[in-house]
Design a protein around this ligand. Sequence first.
Ligand code: URA
Length: 182
Amino acid sequence: MTWDKLEAECLACRRCELCTDRTHVVFGQGVQTAEVLFVGEGPGQSEDEQGLPFVGAAGKLLDQMLDTIGLTREQVYISNIVKCRPPANRVPKPDEVAACIGYLEKQIEMVNPKIIVLLGATALNNWFSKDMRITKVRGQWFEKQGRHVIATFHPAALLRDPRKKPDSFDDFLSIKQKLSEI
Ligand code: URA
């Protein structure tokens, strides 16, 4: 499997019903050799319109958080649990996740990042552990498939509740620290 083939397959995907209303598939964005890979939930309206991840309000905040630790989106890879926008931004359904998660798994395998950052509960529960709560485990380091894994609040959650920002800031500093150690 090559990257181009994976992307082409994903862009033509009709494995679940989310394909019917999409404007664009949001495959992902960033460097294919990134050391850090971020996983969000799924495209929102702006992402669906532009075909790129995290380009709306939550994305602007993500860019700011990256900036605080000296990273730009050109240095990381950004992807999502599902690649097509769920209607009215609802949480993706289990069958939609099951149909789509293989694309993320392949992206992770091919980018081969040292660190995976799970943004919010959907990423945490669908990629790492369905029994964990983001409020409990955020900021802690785990390991999966030989990679360092950390979960932090989704930027949209920070916009809804700015009181979460200091914790999120700490988590990003921890990512910076981990990057300097490896
Ligand atoms: N929220 C997400 O989870 N992913 C995006 O790409 C945009 C907003």
